[in-house]
Design a protein around this ligand. Structure first.
Ligand SMILES: Nc1ncnc2c1ncn2[C@@H]1O[C@H](COP(=O)(O)OP(=O)(O)OP(=O)(O)O)[C@@H](O)[C@H]1O
Length: 256
């Protein structure tokens, strides 16, 4: 049987402890993620989605419970060490890239992340052909802008670059935190297509937070709904394939 690559075991995170506002923002969360899972995550504002990602990414330590990667307890592992196997793309295109550095320099930086220096080519020139090839596949002229400072790119190009940087080393876990939410509908759809193709081709394990029901239904093999710090819905396979927007809306109405 396939073993989970990532596990959350009885994760609890409480805020405002000992006050009338005390709240379990993660309330005994258990989750087994299998290699190649592409999980879409829905949940209303304040449901705990970012808190879940922060726990997985190491930005937030749970009060109790365990975070396991490849069978190893990483609950107390730092964010920096987790970058050896984990990448995250944020909603804000400005967060993933260094604005004064060129597209090519950003890609080189991303290649180095989590690797021993000796394994990374130092010379940017030797990598240019490869970077040109990767960016050309994005079909948004990023390949013509390899020497451009990232701050001068369009939001869509910049977010595509963030996605490329996050996936260039084939991460063990990819976290997409509403990564298309700041883009116009057409650009958002383009990046979702790139995302889906890359995840399928590279067989990446990915969690994607979205507020778009259509995207949550269309993409991935598994869908979770978070509600009040708990996983209240977790479907995959045929059940996910047969899910409709109407069924999902009914579910949301029922839990409110
Ligand atoms: N440091 C904190 N102190 C107090 N409350 C917090 C803290 N961090 C998060 N919360 C609360 O925890 C709950 C979950 O927040 P979280 O940001 O994870 O939700 P979310 O599902 O990502 O929401 P959104 O869709 O709005 O981004 C919210 O009620 C939020 O106010």
């Amino acid at each position: 049987m396939t073993k989970p690559i990532f596990q959350l075991k009885s994760i609890v995170k409480t805020v405002n402890e000992g006050t009338p506002e005390q709240l379990n923002i993660l309330d005994n969360v258990n989750l087994d993620i299998y290699p190649g899972d592409f999980i879409t995550i829905l949940g209303s504002n304040g449901a705990g989605k970012s808190t879940l990602f922060n726990t997985i990414g190491g930005n937030l330590k749970p009060d109790s419970g365990q975070v396991i990667y490849n069978g190893k307890d990483i609950t107390r592992m730092s964010v920096v060490r987790r970058t050896e196997f984990l990448s995250r793309v944020f909603q804000d295109p400005k967060l993933g890239t260094a604005p004064r550095m060129t597209v090519a320099e950003n890609l080189l930086l991303a290649e180095k992340r989590g690797k021993k220096h000796s394994l990374v080519p130092r010379n940017l020139k030797s990598q240019m052909r490869k970077f040109k090839e990767i960016t050309a596949k994005m079909n948004n002229n990023l390949d013509d802008r390899l020497e451009t400072a990232t701050g001068n790119l369009s939001g869509g190009q910049r977010q595509t670059l963030s996605f490329l940087m996050a996936t260039i080393n084939r991460p063990g876990m990819l976290l997409l935190d509403e990564h298309t939410a700041a883009l116009d509908p057409k650009t958002s759809e383009q990046l979702m297509n790139i995302t889906d193709n890359t995840i399928n081709k590279e067989k990446l394990t990915c969690l994607m937070i979205t507020h778009h029901l259509d995207d949550a239904i269309k993409y991935g093999n598994r869908l979770l709904v978070l509600h009040q710090g708990k996983i209240s819905y977790d479907i995959s396979g045929e059940e996910k394939k047969n899910l409709t927007k109407e069924k999902l809306l009914t579910f949301f109405n029922d839990i409110q």
